[in-house]
Structures are given as structure tokens and as C-alpha cells.
Design a protein around this ligand. Structure first.
Ligand code: FE2
Ligand code: FE2
Length: 134
């Protein structure tokens, strides 16, 4: 089943929404490639894309949070850091040829993305909007 961004995840902050949409797109491409039995190189490239895109996205959010003095910055930053650790671990394990791990990635990422946006980012977005900053 397709893994897609939907209006439920709309924060109303364009940069963040575009980056979330991009993350969903990559995760869905991964899901499709894994399902279609794509070659190792293609899956690895997508996993690397996912890591790079997540890094960019987290850095962008953290800059915004720092700029506006978001009180839960530390907590949110540590959630980002632990997500990146998990992604790097998955990529490393995949590179060690445990191809089966790629099967976990779409489900894992979909769950995490939903959690990240619904529970994490909305706290920040609500904070910005309450202060007319977004
Ligand atoms: Fe986010
Ligand atoms: Fe976040």
C-alpha cells in the first residue's frame, strides 16, 4: 500500500511541509523498490537519499526552533538524533548485505514519520503560530 503524505500532516509552514512530502516520497519509492525486488544498488541509493534528506530536514527544523526559542528544542533534537542513528544503522546493516533489512525500512519509516510529524513537529508549529511567527 502506498505510503503517502496527506493533509493530516499539513503544518502550514511551507518549507517543513515540502520536506515532509519529500521524505514520504522517498519512503514510498523504497517500499515500491523493495516490493518489486529492485537491485541492491537502487535500494542503497534510496536509503542514502533518505539519510541525507532527513539530515537536511532535521537541521532546518532545529534552526527554526533555535531562532524562535522553542522550549522543547533539546527533546526534539534528541528525537532527531536517535532517528538518524537508527537510519545510519539500517544503512550500515544493509551494506553488510543483510538485504532483508530493507524490508523493514518502509514500515519503520512510515511509523516514525507519522510520529515525528504528529507528536513532535506539531508541538513546535503550534508554538510558532501562537506567537504569530508562522
Ligand atoms: Fe519534521
Ligand atoms: Fe522534527
Amino acid at each position: 500500500m502506498e505510503i503517502s503524505w496527506n493533509a493530516r500532516y499539513d503544518t502550514g509552514i511551507q518549507t517543513i511541509d515540502e520536506q515532509h512530502q519529500e521524505l514520504f516520497r522517498i519512503v514510498d519509492q523504497l517500499r515500491r523498490q523493495v516490493q518489486d525486488g529492485a537491485d541492491r544498488g537502487g535500494i542503497e541509493a534510496l536509503l542514502k537519499d533518505l539519510v541525507a534528506c532527513s539530515e537536511r530536514h532535521f537541521a532546518a527544523e532545529e534552526t527554526l526552533m533555535g531562532q524562535f526559542g522553542y522550549p522543547d528544542l533539546t527533546q526534539h533534537v534528541s528525537e532527531h538524533a536517535s532517528m538518524l542513528t537508527s537510519l545510519h544503522e539500517l544503512l550500515n546493516k544493509f551494506q553488510e548485505s543483510q538485504q532483508v533489512l530493507a524490508l523493514m525500512v518502509p514500515t519503520f519509516m512510515e511509523g516514525w514519520l507519522k510520529h515525528h510529524i504528529s507528536d513532535g513537529d506539531f508541538g513546535f508549529v503550534t508554538f510558532l503560530k501562537a506567537r504569530d511567527l508562522a
